[in-house]
Design a protein around this ligand. Structure first.
Ligand code: WT7
Length: 648
């Protein structure tokens, strides 16, 4: 029997010994952790592969509900009056203090979620298995709607509030959602972003949507149709002590679908469930963040991405933590917004991203040092590899050389952290920039093209060898497309999960994830398929062909640059360039704004017509072209080179 280490620290030998055992006996290992949660009824089997290849069910037959785990469990205990969320809005008063701060105890949040769930059920007729989309900014109603949906067994997809009408429509249609929850707008960098208008635009293309719920963040004029209802209206007459019994969800029933970009096609809807997902979050909150009752936790991500789902909403609430959540951006009203938050609320755990750190570093150390950050005890980053200077700055300037700084590797697909230092379980010596060891129970390897482990220190492809709770869930891994699930993750290597990342394992067994091995960019930590932007470009009336590549950027990690072939009759011009850049901003979102857009007569392609982005990247990074034998027309590369060199 494996011991339950979750509540105590172990030394390195014990840990490595446990690690070896936990990989072999992973079922038992995860079962021990799952038992720490509450189940309405026990499981009959820890894990089994379903009749859909590589789709596994965890804690089969066990019933629970993640909203119960996140709320009811605490509302029944002394944590009832503990703060779950401290939220602050963007607008500030003359002293620079936030005008609005909203605080929710576990009891408040539980009550509010119950009221919303009740209204969703009785006034909107939503029931278990129905699908809704949530297009909300960083306001408390976002976690409230996620938890209320979970409570009813209603499947939700959260759409990042920086996305456009087109992104909304694609996701809503893929999920066949009957309802969209949105807000009239949100404050962002001193401006107002009108979200409801973007939803209205998307509705022209979303026949499945019957109702729209609008949260009033801004107030003032708002034009509503028959289809729309405000949250205030919806909650009218719902008593404060309303209680809705949480649905008894079988562990593997769908909790949410979250869309993420890949190499080809539209974003894939990754499925996560109730039981296995909650188990992984519980383990990682304990091990990676060492979550304790006196912590104040601050994850700087947006809930629109998986980091926010797992580590702002579900993970911290399952642990009964107090979290800080904020509206706006890291640099408004001034670039010390975060440090001011850390100081004012006494934040002890900070979870952030390399791109944000690089942005903030530029403003100098004084903005950090004017705040007392001595409460910080653990810092982690996520989203892309952390470069040495960003690591050092986080460690020395932000953490005062007291707090360990880790780089947690995982992805939308994995549901939670897979590779990380575990200050909560033990401290192995840290190597700046490394991710550390895989979590106990996770069997990670680095392979060459033919599937053999590479030598220590050599670069290869990252794979996960065994299933884990929180992995893409039943029924199909990818919503509505099991084939795509198998093709994307389980086809490069037989029976291994292929992550799409390059990595190195060093001679001590530490993992160093180096970045994407496919045609996916990481722009400020956001995952954007080059193919997606190309599709947006060719949808423009003047564009015949387009190729997009990611090039290194000091702050954002990577930024897109685009090469465009115009249709005959259209002339390259500065206006056309601007028009196409705007087109991307409008049809994909400002996060994908290309740094440069070039007009060429021809794209470098193979004889079979595939765009050779690899060559274009070599040109842009000034590195050797490598094998060019499959290139159809050598002059195309020269054209790309000339265009690029004229630009730099
Ligand atoms: C991709 C997944 C998981 C939350 C945020 C991103 C890259 C993520 C690290 C890290 C190096 C990292 C990988 C991965 N990545 N964390 N600590 N070190 N690379 O989720 O949008 O699904 O992106 O982010 O390339 O494949 P995502």
């Amino acid at each position: 029997m494996l011991k339950n280490w979750i509540h105590r620290n172990v030394d390195e030998r014990e840990y490595l010994d446990y690690h070896r055992k936990a990989v072999k006996e992973y079922q038992q290992h995860w079962e021990v952790i799952a038992r720490e949660l509450e189940w309405f009824s026990p499981w009959t089997k820890v894990v089994e592969e379903t009749d859909k290849a590589h789709v596994f069910k965890w804690f089969v037959g066990g019933t629970t509900n993640i909203s119960y785990l996140a709320l009811d469990r605490h509302a029944k205990t002394w944590r009832r009056h503990k703060l779950a969320f401290i939220w602050e809005g963007e607008p500030v008063d003359e002293q620079g203090r936030p005008k609005e701060v909203r605080k929710f105890t576990y009891y408040d949040l539980w009550r509010e979620v119950n009221r919303v769930a009740y209204a969703m059920r009785t006034k909107l007729g939503l029931k278990r298995g129905d699908r809704i989309a949530i297009y909300l900014p960083m306001i408390p109603e976002l976690p409230i709607f996620m938890l209320a949906a979970a409570r009813l067994g209603v499947i939700f997809t959260v759409i990042f509030s920086g996305f456009t009408a087109e992104n909304i429509a694609n996701r809503v249609n893929d999920l066949n959602a009957s309802l969209i929850v949105t807000a009239d707008g949100v404050y962002r960098r001193g401006k107002i972003l009108r979200l409801k208008e973007i939803v209205d635009e998307s509705l022209k293309f979303t026949p499945s949507v019957q109702r729209v719920v609008v949260v009033r963040r801004l107030g003032g004029e708002l034009s509503l149709t028959q289809r729309d209802v405000t949250l205030d209206e919806l909650l009218k007459g719902v008593p404060p002590n309303t209680y809705v019994d949480p649905e008894r969800m079988e562990s593997n029933e769908v909790l949410y679908v979250l869309y993420t970009s890949g190499t080809t096609g539209r974003p894939k809807g990754m499925i996560h469930d109730h039981g296995g997902y909650a188990t992984l979050l519980h383990a990682t909150m304990k091990w990676v963040f060492d979550a304790r009752d006196d912590d104040v936790y601050f994850c700087t991500a947006d809930i629109g991405w998986v980091t926010g789902h797992s580590y702002i909403v579900f993970g911290p609430l399952i642990e009964g933590l107090t979290s800080v959540m904020y509206e706006g951006t890291l640099d408004f009203p001034a670039p010390d917004r975060w440090w001011s938050i850390v100081e004012r609320y006494g934040v002890t755990i900070l979870y952030t991203s390399p791109t944000a750190v690089r942005t903030l570093m530029k403003f100098g150390d004084d903005l950090v040092k004017k705040h007392d950050l001595s409460t910080l005890r653990i810092i982690h980053s996520v989203g892309e590899p952390i470069n040495p200077s960003a690591w050092r700055w986080l460690f020395e300037v932000v953490g005062g050389s007291r707090a360990p700084v880790g780089s947690t590797w995982w992805m939308t697909e994995t549901g939670g952290i897979m590779i990380s230092y575990l200050p909560g379980l033990m401290l192995v010596p840290m190597k700046p920039g490394s991710n550390g060891y895989p979590l106990p129970g996770i069997d990670v390897d680095v392979l060459d093209e033919s599937g053999n482990p590479v030598k220590p220190g050599e670069r290869g492809y990252l794979v996960i060898r065994n299933p884990w709770p929180g992995m893409p869930a039943a029924p199909t891994g990818v919503w509505g497309d099991h084939e795509r699930y198998v093709k994307t993750y389980w086809s490069k290597y037989k029976d291994l999960f292929y992550a799409g990342d390059y990595a190195v394992k060093d001679s001590d067994g530490y993992i160093w994830v180096a970045g994407r091995a496919d045609e996916v960019m990481k722009v400020s930590g956001h995952r954007i398929g080059t193919y997606e932007l190309e599709s947006v470009l060719v949808a423009h009336r003047a564009v015949s062909e387009a190729a997009v590549i990611g090039v290194p950027d000091e702050v954002k990690g990577e930024v897109p640059i685009a090469y465009v072939v115009l249709k005959t009759g259209n002339q390259p011009s500065e206006e056309m360039r601007k028009e196409l850049v705007d087109w991307i901003r409008k049809n994909y979102g400002p996060i994908a704004t290309p740094r440069a857009l070039f007009f060429v007569n021809k794209l470098p392609k193979t004889r079979s017509g595939k765009i050779m982005r690899r060559l274009m990247r070599s040109v842009a990074t000034n590195s050797p072209l490598g094998d060019t034998t499959t290139l159809e027309d050598a002059s195309s590369v020269e054209e790309v080179r000339t265009a690029y060199e004229e630009f730099v």
